[in-house]
Design a protein around this ligand. Sequence first.
Ligand code: ADP
Ligand code: NI
Length: 212
Amino acid sequence: MNLEEQRRVRTQDFVRGLCLDEPTGHDWWHIDRVRILALRIGQQEGADLHLTEMAALLHDVDDHKFNPLGSNKAKTWLSTVEEPNIEQIIAIIESISFKGAGVTDMPMGIEGCCVQDADRLDAMGAIGIARAFAYGGHMGRLLFDPSRGPELHRDFQAYKSSQGHTINHFHEKLLLLKDRMHTSMGKQMAIKRHQFMVDFLDEFMDEWGAKQ
Ligand code: ADP
Ligand code: NI
């Protein structure tokens, strides 16, 4: 195993240990799906696959949702494994998180585009629906409240502090992702997953008797 491969394997074991039983859909299998998809997209896009995989593995360890006071786990880990591209990997991770419907995505290189598209695809479709309700349940959110409509947040602070029910999250984020994909494979894969969420919401409202 060369040095780069060793760093990837050690990083995989580190991240798996951190999030194995995470109950909100940000568990190890989310990281593993994002890694696999980011590499598939990255191969097609001619991205640097080491940077892509390292960023995919570490993309959620300092997430604001689980570290409200901020944290530096990715950077500390990258120096532990003596990764020479620390700044590049940290820049990719910092650019990819969704910050609100009205907040423009940060400019990013091709590796960031691959990891962000993979992360967004995992927030869509059947898995995306399952993850949204797992997250909502964990945070004590209602499934739906017909008296409270969605808000399109203009800044990250408003998005972060939103306490809305989970159906609102579809309108505030998940249904917007299809048009915010970067790569051609990402755009292609997003179409089916988007439609699945639209059909799900349609059926949900129909059963509720609250057809929109
Ligand atoms: P991002 O960095 O874009 O937020 P993540 O990998 O951290 O992406 O995952 C975000 C996922 O967490 C969402 O797709 C959704 O499943 C869940 N989530 C986040 N906020 C909410 C919310 N307010 N209601 C329901 N689910 C949420
Ligand atoms: Ni993620």
